[in-house]
Design a protein around this ligand. Structure first.
Ligand code: DNO
Length: 355
């Protein structure tokens, strides 16, 4: 296991590489070219500049989150082949710069969704939170504006403004895409890219749906043990793997996360580790990483990662906003640094007690 932190690049992140370098045990960043749009080819030069900046700070680029997938691929339009070719070229360029892990998602229209980006916890920290009853009252076309208005001026990952302008059109375009079609389009995409991934040694790691159910009646297909298994079976090459996100899967209490981790040994290339508190079905707040602060058992989760021999990167996912920090919701330094240290502590204890 390798401890990493997500970093959005010096132009977009309040957290610096120098700060990340001082989190004990953190060896790399998971980053992206935040200014690129889905469907574009990432140039070697831009990738190299990013890699060199990270390496100059004494860290490595442990993976990309995300190379976003163009909607035409998710919808299955004839133009998808052009965008798949571009995606393949980006993968080759990344591999040639020594980057071999790519996280992506296949959620239509919206990426991760929350009803509140700064819910106040009893200790005065603020967290991301979700309440289906609130979401039900929001006009889906207004969802971008809601998220944007609450983002404290930051561009949220997956909520880039150019999508905002097209939200009506996007809903229209996805009108006939049900779960079956979306699944087939995902398989089509993977079958097209996997030969390149095999040749260049790239691990693709799909992110789970967040939350783990359909939002605004849009189809969602990566959120239970069964549908993940189906996806892994449909494209059985190891390069077709997962970003195991505990917060996304854990939004549905029926998902047994340690069991899911153990079941997909060899296919989990990346881990997002986060805790949350369930209040009622469809209603949860994010929490500190510490098990006792939320509903997930972090010891059991880390133990499962340990037992499958996880060698890939993991990162503390969304942190609370604490100590007066002003940062992108979920992505401040302080609570994620606490999370990294706690998770590394669990790992050390598990390792030493197992030996
Ligand atoms: C939110 C993130 C997601 C994730 C994408 C992966 O904080 O977990 O935006 O990066 O879904 O493509």
């Amino acid at each position: 296991m390798k401890m990493t932190l997500r970093w959005f690049g010096s132009k977009h992140d309040t957290v610096t590489l120098e700060q990340i370098r001082q989190i004990p045990g953190c060896v790399g960043v998971i980053t992206t070219l935040y200014d690129t749009k889905p469907g574009e080819v990432w140039t070697r030069e831009a990738i190299r500049a990013m890699r060199e900046e990270v390496e100059a700070a004494g860290l490595e680029v442990s993976g990309i989150e995300s190379v976003n997938v163009h909607d035409d691929i998710k919808i299955g339009l004839p133009s998808r082949d052009k965008y798949i070719d571009n995606y393949i070229q980006t993968l080759k360029n990344l591999a040639e710069e020594g980057i071999d892990l790519v996280c992506y998602n296949f959620m239509p229209v919206f990426d991760w969704t929350r009803s509140d980006l700064a819910k106040v916890r009893p200790d005065g920290s603020t967290v991301l939170s979700y309440d289906q009853e609130i979401i039900n009252k929001i006009d889906p076309e207004k969802m971008f504006e809601e998220m944007d208005a609450n983002a404290s001026g930051f561009i949220l990952p997956g909520w880039e403004p150019e999508r905002l302008a097209r939200v009506k059109e996007l809903f229209e375009m996805y009108k006939d895409v049900d779960e079956e079609k979306l699944f087939n389009n995902l398989v089509y995409f993977l079958k097209a890219i996997i030969p390149t991934c095999q040749e260049y040694g790239i691990k693709m790691a799909i992110h789970m749906d967040d939350p783990a159910w359909s939002v605004f009646n849009l189809p969602r297909i990566v959120n239970t043990k069964e549908n993940i298994q189906r996806l892994l079976d449909a494209v059985p090459e190891e390069n077709n793997g997962l970003t195991l996100c505990t917060g996304s899967l854990g939004s549905n209490p029926d998902n047994d996360i340690p069991d899911i981790i153990r079941s997909f040994k060899g296919r989990i290339h990346f881990g997002h580790i986060r805790n949350l508190i369930h209040h009622a079905p469809g209603k949860f707040d994010e929490a500190a990483h510490l098990s006792s602060d939320g509903s997930l058992d972090m010891y059991e989760i880390m133990k499962a990662f340990y037992d499958i021999g996880m060698t890939g990167p993991i990162r503390p996912d969304h942190g609370r906003m604490i100590w007066g920090e002003k940062a992108m919701p979920g992505y401040g330094l302080y609570d994620r640094a606490l999370g990294a240290t706690y998770l590394l502590g669990l790992w050390e204890a598990i390792e030493k007690s197992t030996r």
